[in-house]
Write a protein that binds this ligand. Structure first.
Ligand SMILES: *Cc1c(COP(=O)(O)O)cnc(C)c1O
Length: 473
């Protein structure tokens, strides 16, 4: 029988059966968990079938053995991925504190412990121990949030996207919400202001132009159907040149004049004043609140340095409307995040935040200390490489890094890094580093790999060296 001809008339005939491929996966990876081989085989077969169907008439003929091998390779790739622990700890040598792909803000150790304790046992999460009656699960964190920020009221929910949704729906459902065209932003992961507004049940009223919006643009857009003036922070891009935006303070006075609430989606904010390390004051939530908006909301896991959460601060009446909204229950914060949040707030209240909260520690790290540590580590790296008889160009460089994660565009931190040059290309070496026993994430500049220790713990320094050694071969 002429198999080749068969295959060329319909190459899908060479695809092995699920059973056969499952057996081959099991044979090649006998230690793999039971659930994986058949699932990986089915997935690989579906993919290869799709690829074959999309081949043009004139494509090069395929050998049946190649098709089966292609199925096996694809199945083993899936199997290897699924067998791996997930998520795996990685070494963040990018110097970027809030790295969205790496889980954004690392929490304080105590915050993580508080979350674990709440997760594993029973707590008085919603119980008043005094009366034995049902308690309020957010009372502790809202008290602390108000004290730290000066706000009249506070509410917390799942993340800032949820906070914006809740604010829009609670304060302006069925009404118009006025936003500058320069602030109709998209945040990574499909948070787009116009779409969020539609889903929140409000009508978008755009004003101004992409680069310039004036106070009179807002004022003249206000009518009987206006339910809110919304300011959205441009947290992942900057506008320069012929630009004009209306400040929050101005917006508040326009809102007051017309009796319309003003809400700010700040995105990334801190309750602590970080101006001493150069962080722009626009990120200081208490200062924003002093300008008098009805509500300011921001993320728990950006500059704030806590768990994923949406933190909502503002006037009592506005907060009350959000609490009463049935959506609030759907967006409520879970017990682990609440516990971690409470711990984080307590550290801000007792003054130990700069030492305990990783985001703050990284931001406040002095350039002198960072440089000294980096030089010491670079020397250790060089002697470890020499000991192995390896070869690696190691240099010390000054650089700047963004804070990252939709925070403070245009504000870069003065930093330093170790630049290494291996015998393979920088992108090849970066890929090898990602395959280190503890995967290493680096940055590439001028054909060199940059390793910044800012987001690397003292206890991770050896792993970083071991990972680099493993990538040399
Ligand atoms: C990051 C950000 C959001 C989304 O916050 P999450 O906590 O990720 O849901 C919304 N708006 C702005 C302006 C942001 O920067």
């Amino acid at each position: 029988m002429d198999l080749t001809r068969n295959v060329n008339s319909d190459p899908r005939r060479a695809i092995p059966s699920v059973n056969r491929l499952t057996d081959r996966v099991r044979g090649a990876a006998p230690e793999i968990a039971d659930w994986i081989p058949a699932r990986a085989a089915q997935r690989a077969i579906d993919e290869v079938r799709e690829q074959l169907m999309s081949r043009g008439e004139s494509a090069v003929p395929l050998e049946p053995a190649d098709i089966e091998q292609q199925c096996l390779d694809a199945a083993l790739d899936h199997a290897a991925k699924w067998a791996m622990e997930w998520p795996r700890p990685v070494l963040n040598a990018t110097g970027v504190t809030l790295h969205t792909n790496l889980g954004r803000a690392p929490m304080a150790e105590g915050a993580a412990q508080a979350a674990a304790q709440a997760a594993m046992g029973y707590t008085n999460l919603e119980l008043d121990l005094e009366s034995g009656e049902r308690g309020n699960r957010i009372a502790s964190v809202t008290e602390k949030l108000c004290h730290l920020s000066g706000a009249e009221g506070a509410y917390v929910c799942n993340n800032n996207a949820a906070a914006v949704m809740l604010a829009l729906n609670s304060l302006a459902a069925g009404q118009e919400v006025v936003v500058s065209r320069g602030e109709l932003v998209e945040i990574g992961g499909s948070f787009r202001v116009p779409e969020v507004m539609k889903k929140a049940g409000v009508e978008l009223k755009e004003v101004g132009s992409t680069n310039r919006t004036h106070a009179h643009d807002y004022a003249s857009a206000i009518g009987p159907r206006t339910g809110m003036l919304l300011k959205v922070h441009r947290s992942n891009f900057e506008q320069t040149g012929f630009v004009k935006e209306v400040s929050l303070a101005e917006l508040v006075s326009i809102g007051a004049e017309h009796g319309v609430p003003v809400v700010e989606d700040l995105g990334s904010g801190s309750l602590l004043d970080l101006s001493s390390v150069g962080v722009p004051t626009e990120a200081h939530v208490p200062s924003r609140l002093q300008m008098g908006p009805d509500v300011v909301c921001f993320s728990g896991d950006k500059l704030f340095g806590g768990p994923q959460a949406g933190l909502i601060l503002g006037k009592k009446d506005s907060i009350a409307l959000m609490k009463q909204n049935p959506l609030a229950r759907a967006l409520r914060l879970d017990k682990m995040a609440l516990s971690a949040l409470d711990f984080t707030l307590s550290r801000m209240l007792d003054g130990s935040a700069p030492d305990t909260i990783p985001v703050l520690r990284q931001l406040m790290l002095s350039q002198k200390d960072h440089e000294a540590r980096t030089r010491r580590w670079a020397e250790r790296l060089e002697s470890a490489v020499a000991e192995r008889g390896g070869s690696l160009g190691v240099e010390w460089v000054e650089e700047t890094v963004p804070v990252g994660g939709g925070s403070l565009p245009g504000f870069d931190i003065q930093s330093c890094a170790v630049a290494i040059k291996a015998q393979v290309s920088a992108s090849q070496f970066a890929a090898r580093l990602r395959h280190a026993p503890v995967p290493i994430l680096s940055r590439i500049r001028d054909q060199r790999i940059l390793l910044d220790l800012r987001a690397i713990g003292e206890d991770q320094e050896d792993d970083l060296i071991q990972g680099i050694l493993s990538a040399l071969h």
